[in-house]
Design a protein around this ligand. Sequence first.
Ligand code: RB5
Length: 151
Amino acid sequence: MRIAIDCDEAGLPLKPVLADHLRAQGVAVTDLNYQQDHPVDYPDVGYHLARRVAAGEFDRGILICGTGLGMAMIANKVPGVWAGTCHDTFSAERLKKSNDANVLTLGARVIGPELAKTIVTAWVQSEFAGGGSTAKVQRLRELERTECGRA
Ligand code: RB5
């Protein structure tokens, strides 16, 4: 699994902790480090990662800001990206198993590194479960295709 990770200034302490944690589990993690060359805030960081996930360059993405909220808001504007903010492991599992999200967002000012590690592991180790969720996820995608973007 190819995972991209990035953050704004609020997520800087947590990003390497999570990247190293996933690499230790054998996950291929690429730190996009968009802010290094671009003096931008979370909207541009999140948009950049989401575009690269949508393009198929990565299977999934992890975005970290202060709350996780701004990153989810911008990532969800990119067609083909489904992002959710999780600060507990149950939600992180459901985000993949029920919602088939390809981007997880976290708030570095909301949770500590140990909980964040268990959350990313729960999400990365989960796969879409199908079953009763299939029609709902298909409807999400259909609405994105046919209705979203209209005034
Ligand atoms: C800090 O820039 C803060 O606004 C940001 O990290 C994030 O929490 C926004 O959603």
